[in-house]
Design a protein around this ligand. Sequence first.
Ligand SMILES: [Zn+2]
Length: 574
Amino acid sequence: MSLDLLIRGGTIVDGTGGARYQGDVGVREGRIVEIGRLRSTAERVIDADGLVVAPGFVDGHTHMDAQIAWDPIGSCSCWHGVTTVIMGNCGFALAPCRPEEREWFARCLTAVEDIPTEAMLTGIDWTWETFPEYLATVDGLPKAINYGAYIGHSALRMYVMGKRALSETATEDDLARMAAAVREAIRAGAMGFSSSRSTTHVTPDDTPVPSRIADWSEVDRLVGVMGELGAGIFQVGPDISGGAAQRAFLARLKRVALESGRPVMFGTISSRQGVDPNPWTYQLEYLDECAAAGARVWGQTGTRSINAIFSLKSYLPFDVLPAWRELRRLPLAEQRRRLADPATRRALIAEEAHMKPRDNVFQGGGAATTDPRRPDYDNLYAMKDVDWNDPTVAQLAAAQGKHPVEVMIDLALANDNQVFVQPIVNEDPDHLLGMLRHPRTLATFSDSGAHVCQEMGSSLQTHMLSYWVRAKGAFTLEEAVRKLAFDNAAAWGLADRGLLRTGYRADLVLFDAARVKPAMPTVESDLPGGARRLVQKAEGIAATIVNGEVTLESGQPTGRLPGVLLRGPGAATA
Ligand SMILES: [Zn+2]
């Protein structure tokens, strides 16, 4: 047989969880056509000696909706072996949207997901209005990874109800129009319908986003449309205002799942909700109870804590203080010069005493990054590598006999890219391991494309491989690949991705199992309009292949853009 691509002599970890073996993978016309000891000739041969050859990873919880317009390679997910993402999570989407509401939409995404408004207004050629028109745009955009998308509840509500969406219950007429739009979206190929009831999701005016105004009967009605069509996933950001609130939320969500018959996903599973403890174990038991009752519910989780991230180049916890505010407006070189000046430094350190103490109100990454209250230095880590074993600022201050602020200034002066990490939830690795081990969870909560300067979850796949597989031995490589590729592909109904199997799409990642890991995050000003974001690449990934074409080689984009729009199974029923 004559192949387009032959990957020779790799260690095949095929995504089923089955044991690895040595072999070759043959690719033709975007699909895997042969696996084994191959004698075929090929246009291109990649020597995979010493490398693992695995199915490309699937990330189901991203917010790449805006970024896809200006970033064809699909960073930062693409750096971590991801070949397919699902976007439009938590009810936030760029469609449907009327032209006169575009700017408001952009500001909402800035408020909730920290995607800079200027990047969206300069970086997006916003030609669509309806969801099918948005999908057609995504279909036509150059892209190096595959994308699926949900229709988002907050976008839909604004589209149908205008500003009433921010305060009013939907009328029968509103409901009928929203239901029609969900039907139209699923038939066009939406992966499902997404929503949020999370208290961290607010508009630029600090009011609840539209999906939080909806009552549950509206959710029943809209998810019910997917039930009628027999297609589509319901994804929802959970109520995290407190333990009792989350229990009520989960109980009601179970009813949605049972009545609609559709698969339901919520996430992230987390170790705290508001000020009340609501153990993560309860959320796992809930998943089993749902299954026993006949509902199909998944909990989404990351592979490490969700963190607010600080650095000299982005946010520091002291930015609200007057002397700091003045300093932080200056060019970086001038900030460094002043931070090194003893008198200025003393004044800056002294000012910290005026910050208000913290309470324990639950915050999302955005609020945490810009919180005007004094940091908890016992929960603020000076990141030294990616091994999840960093010292706290309090520990460093005690060891060095310095004020915590001085420790942070010294580290930032020594290294522009010094990052400080404040865990928000799931900071205990044992909790996270319990979540990851549960059979009804999905390792997928990256939030990639969102919180661009405040959080960095895009490395969840390489963290899984370096931390949980290599450092901790908590999962075998086979188990981890299955979780990152096949389990997610199966949950989203991607019938020909997530496994190395003949006939499947040739989405592959080739990596060195002894070296693969996330690189350190850095702050770059590479968004449209020059806005900042956190960038995190990876080490040890030799090549990424999407639909049979090599998109990244040793971390360098090849310029090939073979990614496609994935239409959900509802498109076939149209
Ligand atoms: Zn989200």
